[in-house]
Design a protein around this ligand. Structure first.
Ligand code: NAD
Length: 363
């Protein structure tokens, strides 16, 4: 008979809902394993039972929204999942730091984790160490492909490079779909077009490319978190995403305005500054882009604006795509380049689902 694997899910937002439909597709096709959803929660509601009875995947979203059960507190959830006596995978589809902080307690009890959540891997270096120690101790598995570049194979690539003995010398790229879209529109390689900076930000927000408050994209922290993760895999002991230079594109004067809307209203006052940055690059025949880079030998990690020749792959990026270039000893001067959509529910969920497949193959 088919071996059973229990699945527990936290988070059912943009990525979580897409993951649920991919899980339903996968569970229907899984020959040697019976996938049983035993717990699902959002920040407000949950569905689970003391007998771990299967939650039907085809109706889970409506079951969840009509549920009157509250989520279990994290220590209780660890006990509940560990007591089932069945191999269990936790899927964290939130961006919660609290849940990330609890990964060691899940892993130590043998509960495997797959997640697109960056917080566990880009927080303090101590949390990073605790997580990998707990994983060893509990014999659990852990994958987080979608924490960098959504469904693009970025984490698996750096791991493969390092674990096969290649030497990564430099990583460089555009790690934010929002920043990609903004600069591809503001400073197109054609030179023509490109509206005022504030107008491009407003347009990106209208199209749903930014966070509700665009400052959460413009502060560079999201990119810094991804760089922290990659730098750690490349062997650098980066203390936190604020321990290296990160250029924020929020004008000082607008850092503390109350709302995202007020920020957008006042942003035109600063258009001249960005226009100058753009013109300066143009004078050199270049375009400006918001990039992250890691220089392994000099241990330098940084995030901010840089100028690129029009022929450079970073300059030629389209839409809201991400691009990540790995310079290594084996690849020499022509980097290994990964490029494509770095955000979106379906592609991000694909990263999570393919991680789940890797775990299932080893359980
Ligand atoms: P979302 O805000 O749409 O959904 C988050 C879900 O998590 C909600 O259901 C919310 O109720 C739940 N949640 C939050 N905190 C919780 C808590 N403490 N306990 C229980 N439930 C909690 O977010 P999303 O866009 O689906 O993103 C999910 C994750 O995927 C995030 O970590 C995000 O950074 C990552 N990610 C998203 C994308 C993307 O394109 N959306 C791309 C790459 C990575």
């Amino acid at each position: 008979s088919a071996r059973q694997v229990n699945i527990a899910i936290i988070g059912a937002g943009g990525v979580g809902k897409c993951f649920l439909s991919q899980l339903e597709w996968l569970a229907a096709r899984r020959q040697n394993q019976k996938l049983v959803l035993t717990y699902i929660a959002t920040s407000k509601k949950a569905v689970y039972s003391d007998s771990y009875s299967p939650i039907a995947l085809d109706s889970v979203v409506s079951t969840l929204s009509s549920s009157s059960q509250a989520p279990l507190a994290l220590p209780k959830l660890v006990d509940y999942l560990a007591a089932s006596g069945t191999k269990t995978v936790l899927v964290d589809n939130t961006s919660s730091q609290d849940i990330a902080d609890a990964y060691p307690s899940f892993l130590r009890r043998g509960i495997s984790i797959v997640t697109p959540n960056k917080k566990a891997f880009s927080g303090s270096y101590k949390l990073w160490q605790d997580i990998f120690a707990a994983k060893e101790e509990g014999g659990a598995l852990l994958y987080h492909e979608a924490s960098c570049g959504a469904g693009l194979p970025v984490i698996s690539t750096i791991k493969d490079l390092v674990e096969t003995g290649d030497e990564v010398t430099k990583i460089e790229g555009v790690f934010s779909g929002t920043m990609s879209f903004l600069f591809n529109s503001f400073a197109p390689t054609s030179g023509a077009g490109g509206g005022k900076w504030s107008a491009e930000v407003a347009k990106a927000k209208e199209l749903g490319y930014t966070e509700p408050d665009p400052r959460d994209d413009l502060n560079g922290l999201d990119v810094a978190r991804k760089l922290t993760i990659l730098a750690r895999y490349a062997g650098l002991e980066v203390e936190s995403p604020t321990s290296f230079p990160v250029q924020s594109l929020i004008p000082k004067e607008l850092e503390s305005v109350a709302s995202g809307d007020e920020f957008l209203t006042r942003l035109p006052e600063f258009d001249a500054q960005m226009e100058e940055v753009k013109a300066e690059a143009q004078k050199e025949g270049k375009v400006v882009r918001f990039v992250g880079s890691i220089d392994v030998a000099s241990k330098q990690v940084k995030v901010g604006l840089e100028k690129f020749d029009l022929s450079h792959p970073i300059a030629a990026l389209k839409g809201s795509d991400n691009i990540i270039s790995f310079y290594t000893k084996r690849y020499g001067s022509n980097p290994l380049i990964i490029q494509g959509a770095g955000a979106g529910g379906d592609v991000t969920a694909m990263g999570v689902t393919s991680d789940l497949l890797k775990v299932l193959a080893q359980l």
